[in-house]
Ligand binder design. Sequence first.
Ligand code: CP
Ligand code: NVA
Length: 306
Amino acid sequence: MSVRGLLNVTDLSVDELALVLSLSRREPASLGRPLTSSTGVSLGAALIFEKPSNRTRHSMEMAVVQLGGYPVYTRGEEVGFDTREPVEDIGRMMSGYHGLVAARVFSHSVVERLHESCSVPVINMLSDESHPLQGLADALTMVNEFGDLTGRIVAFVGDYNNVARSLGEACIMLGAHYRLACPTGYNASDSELSRLSSLGTGSVEQTNDPVVAVSGAHAVHTDTWVSMGQETEKAERLGVFGAYAVSQSLMSRAASDAIFMHCLPAYRGYEVEASVIDGSASRVIQQGHNRLHSARGVMAFLLGVK
Ligand code: CP
Ligand code: NVA
């Protein structure tokens, strides 16, 4: 049986999610050095990237260091999941070198197979389905802002993708009302909406109309219209998503003290107007910095820190 990992936010129970957020707020020194052996030697953390990264690589590397470990960055083509050797051979091999393995992959099934074959915790650093580290940082940022997400309205405008899915999981587990505004064909299916609504005390609604989703919202999120790996669909997507930009005019429909959030990287003039992302409602820099704190919190949790 594989050890606990983080492939989706829902790998945590509601209580465990609260614990991870609380661990994320603690001073690093108070967490001990769970990535250090009993004889004081740093344990490795394999960080494997099939796609580019700024925030995820830097926050994970620094969080590993803060937990007493030694990060080993590797590009996906060097290990070659299923091209150079099977995912399962890589998982079994990495488990002998490292105290933790994390991967950013194209196909979610690769990180699932890695999890099944590793005897150390595996963390999904973004797949086509899920971006749980982002969902945790988004939740931490909103909890820091509002104190509690119960009853808060969180809107996501744009593509129902990896980021929107992980954000929705975290929001509903923490009691928020999650409102999606997505174009047809790029929205959540009915079964996905039912799955989300079963995760906690929060709720989910979906519309095609960004104004409906954003009305009275306390936080407004968006993400790129063209995710990594979708570059060939760029022209089509820019056409489909044109009415889903988060503008000053759209933000004026939200609560008067609403915040704007984006996982980054952002494309000004497409999914968000520059005046919004660079304005006073924007929390994108804190959100990105919280990637470090939440990465440290969830790794501490997976390594047994209470
Ligand atoms: N938000 C996020 O995952 O950023 P990077 O792709 O830069 O890691
Ligand atoms: N949805 C985006 C998120 C980038 C952090 C992507 O998958 O490219």
